[in-house]
Design a protein around this ligand. Structure first.
Ligand SMILES: *[C@@H]1O[C@H](CO)[C@@H](O)[C@H](O)[C@H]1NC(C)=O
Ligand SMILES: *[C@@H]1O[C@H](CO)[C@@H](O)[C@H](O)[C@H]1NC(C)=O
Ligand SMILES: *[C@@H]1O[C@H](CO)[C@@H](O)[C@H](O)[C@H]1NC(C)=O
Ligand SMILES: *[C@@H]1O[C@H](CO)[C@@H](O)[C@H](O)[C@H]1NC(C)=O
Ligand SMILES: *[C@@H]1O[C@H](CO)[C@@H](O)[C@H](O)[C@H]1NC(C)=O
Length: 466
């Protein structure tokens, strides 16, 4: 800085011709005897322009001050420019990121960028103003910022036309979907099926039979039962079972368990157990326990399917057995059933004169908790099952048709006549087990294992007002 001030001062003096004129031609030099150069000056004009010199000095001074000021300004601008450069770099990085990220930028990103660019444009304009005349760096910065602004605008246009449009489209589709769902909710005939719940009326329909397979012991084993545990105990995720009776149609000696439907279908990885003896086709599996009528007695046995040992054995008071009042097929005096609320037993007594008696059992102790008497003679029904505390009885129509014809509601103690016919593969049905978790009947049909899907009327309470 100092050197330039000196330079400015020298330049001014050199440029001044008037001082030279004063000195030229007025001084002669001589050399004396000692060789010393002597010079005497003769001033033709006696008045030295001291005032002009002073003026010069003053103007040089003020010039130096203003140069200093300019230099300060330049320094300031340099600092500003380096800040701008950093911010420009940041902005560039962000725009590059936005460009490469495709669809992830949002309207907010654009607003922020546009705000910063406006701010920078303003500062650059200020910077340009603080330099008198043009400045290459500032011009360059300005051009770059203008360019960036253009890029942002075009990016935004791109986004507006594509991403935002797609987003709006998606939103409107979502809205339409919601409207559609609401419409459906208000107009659909029945409530959605909730397995395991009793928020519905009586059975309204029964499907065609679905043949799953032949029992593993073969066609000769016409009696028995099979099913799927509605509440398998963890870690068992699924538990399928089948228990074909011996060919005498009375003894249950074997049962098999499968831990998946696929294994069941392929007779793969069975757990096979011999148990001496169960009687008849009234058995069921519930919460990893096997319940059945113990051979030749009125007892219900409960086997733990982890240990395959009898956990509880208890007589059903007054229940008759050994074909006294079986279903229309033999050895079916005592039939265990499961519904949404737990364990039941369907049987008959001398006191009931052979009519069906229903008892709710304590699944832990097998104690009878409560008992209901029906007016339906047990030997005239082919089988029975319980759904939501309602007993349904079936009868044989012919060798191809069976019919659900009778219902007894333990909740209201009311009976009703119904008529729901369904086809069968073979002549006789034995084990009939309802699974509350899939609303299916698991039926053992002369050695074939078949299922039926049940449908229900909507809840009587809910439909009263309609
Ligand atoms: C200086 O020298 C020049 C030439 O020698 C002469 O013409 C002039 O008169 C001299 N000036 C003075 C002041 O002696
Ligand atoms: C840019 O600056 C913002 C805040 O000023 C900061 O959050 C961001 O990390 C910077 N980005 C880059 C790439 O330096
Ligand atoms: C803006 O910058 C890009 C990349 O730096 C360049 O390719 C383009 O030509 C510039 N556009 C203008 C209008 O300066
Ligand atoms: C429609 O009903 C279903 C099942 O009850 C429910 O999950 C869904 O939230 C309902 N939708 C609307 C829009 O009410
Ligand atoms: C079932 O029996 C067990 C054992 O006797 C008893 O602890 C439990 O309270 C009984 N459950 C009901 C619902 O009575």
């Amino acid at each position: 800085m100092f050197s330039s001030v000196t330079f400015v001062l020298l330049g001014l003096i050199t440029a001044s011709t008037s001082i030279e004129e004063h000195w030229a031609g007025n001084a002669n030099g001589t050399t004396d005897a000692n060789g010393v150069c002597q010079c005497s000056v003769h001033l033709t004009d006696p008045s030295f322009p001291v005032d002009r010199m002073e003026k010069l000095e003053m103007s040089a001074d003020s010039l130096s001050t203003s140069v200093e000021k300019e230099l300060l300004k330049i320094q300031e601008s340099m600092t500003k420019i380096s800040v701008f450069e950093k911010r420009m770099h940041n902005l560039t990085l962000r725009i590059e990121k936005m460009e490469s990220n495709g669809l992830t930028y949002t309207e907010l990103d654009f607003e922020l960028l546009k705000l910063e660019i406006r701010e920078m444009e303003m500062l650059i304009t200020q910077l340009k103003g603080s330099f008198s005349g043009s400045n290459v760096i500032a011009e360059q910065l300005y051009a770059e910022i203008k360019n960036m602004s253009l890029t942002i605008t075009s990016l935004e246009m791109l986004d507006k036309n594509n991403v935002l449009a797609i987003r709006r489209e998606i939103l409107s589709l979502k809205k339409k979907l919601q409207e559609c769902e609401e419409y459906k909710n208000h107009t659909s005939a029945g409530p959605p099926i909730v397995y395991g719940s009793c928020n519905h009326g009586l059975i309204s329909d029964i499907s065609q039979p679905f043949l799953v397979q032949m029992n593993w012991r073969g066609l000769g084993h016409k009696c028995g039962a099979w099913g799927k545990d509605p509440e398998p105990v963890s870690p068992k995720k699924e538990l399928y079972w089948q228990a074909p009776l011996n060919t005498d149609n009375r003894y249950m000696e074997y049962y098999r368990l499968y831990s998946s439907y696929d294994d069941f279908l392929l007779y793969r990885k069975p757990i096979e157990t011999i148990f001496k003896y169960g009687q008849g086709s009234g058995m069921v599996v519930y919460k990893n326990h096997f319940y059945f009528n113990c051979y030749g007695t009125r007892d219900v046995c409960k086997i733990d399917l982890n240990t395959h040992k009898v956990a509880v054995r208890k007589p059903i008071p007054f229940a008759v057995f050994n074909n006294r009042f079986s279903y229309s097929t033999p050895w079916q005096d005592i039939d265990i059933a499961v519904d949404e609320s737990g364990l039941w037993v369907i049987y008959a007594t001398e006191q009931s004169t052979g009519n069906i008696v229903i008892s709710k059992l304590n699944e832990t102790s097998l104690e009878v908790e409560r008992t209901w008497m029906t007016k339906q003679y047990k030997p005239s029904v082919s089988n029975a099952f319980i759904v939501c505390g309602v007993l349904y009885a079936t009868r044989t129509v012919n060798t191809r048709q069976e019919q659900i014809f009778y219902a007894y509601d333990t909740n209201t103690e009311q009976e009703s006549k119904i008529s729901l016919s369904f086809s069968k593969m073979m002549e006789n049905i034995y084990g009939v087990n309802y699974n509350p978790k899939d609303h299916k009947l698991y039926v053992y049909n002369d050695g074939y294992l078949v299922t039926y899907d049940l449908s229900f009327y909507p809840n009587a309470e809910a439909t009263k007002g309609v």
